[in-house]
Design a protein around this ligand. Sequence first.
Ligand code: NAP
Length: 260
Amino acid sequence: MGEEKRSMSTTEQRVAVVTGAARGIGAATAVRLAADGRAVAVLDLDEAACGETVEKITAAGGTALAVGCDVSDSNQVEAAVTRVAAELGPPVVLVNNAGVLRDNLLFKMSESDWDTVMNVHLKGAFLMTRACQKYMVDAGFGRIVSLSSSSALGNRGQANYAAVKAGLQGFTKTLAKELGKFGITANAVAPGFIVTDMTAQTAQRVGMDFEEFQAVAATQIPVQRVGRPEDIAGAIAFFTGDDTGFVSGQVLYVAGGPLN
Ligand code: NAP
């Protein structure tokens, strides 16, 4: 009992930042990490939109703070991370989850489709990680998880997105090598098909009803269902645990089966 209490209070002192946490995978991850005892900064473009996730966490007895920030803007990132440190405590767990799609076949892909996806996923993860790592180094403890995707293996209509999701795997492995000596791990979770607004947007692009789109996708997945945000939150929770400090530089595909 005493042992359990001591480890819980250690966990409670640790602060996690989840980007893109107003909805989808980020929201489920914020809720899960709070349930695991972290104080959670729920960060998204629009601070007001973070309210629902924050309420869910506080209603369950957890601690959460809504933070508005565009992860692709270095000034906003510095200000947001400084605010988290001041109001919640040093951010030592970071989940780089914020994301956007600008899908198109290569010959129709605009320069702005390319730049937007690069800036949010790759530059955003770089800026957030750079801003948080000093707190992790000072604490001698850190957990960084970045969202890759099954699209990292290549996906029609997603040259920009596949490039950033593969890029995040290289980013993760490099962080693991550079930061390991400070007690910091870096890992990537690569989801398959997860039901969120993002996949609803894809269904719309290919002109399919979202329910039908899910049903067709499920037939291709060994567990015969599509994924839920909570499926990904569970994998992220594993990598951010206090007891997984020897697991680093890994990419975990969470797709209901192996990918070809
Ligand atoms: P989602 O439902 O579209 O949520 C993404 C969140 O990120 C939104 O709340 C969005 O805010 C926020 N965001 C976008 N740009 C931002 C920025 N510049 N700064 C801060 N926040 C920003 O997406 P999701 O499906 O949960 O996906 C989450 C992550 O998992 C993404 O990295 C995605 O690429 C990855 N992933 C998803 C799937 C899937 O099947 N769903 C599969 C593989 C990988 P707004 O609402 O204001 O735009």
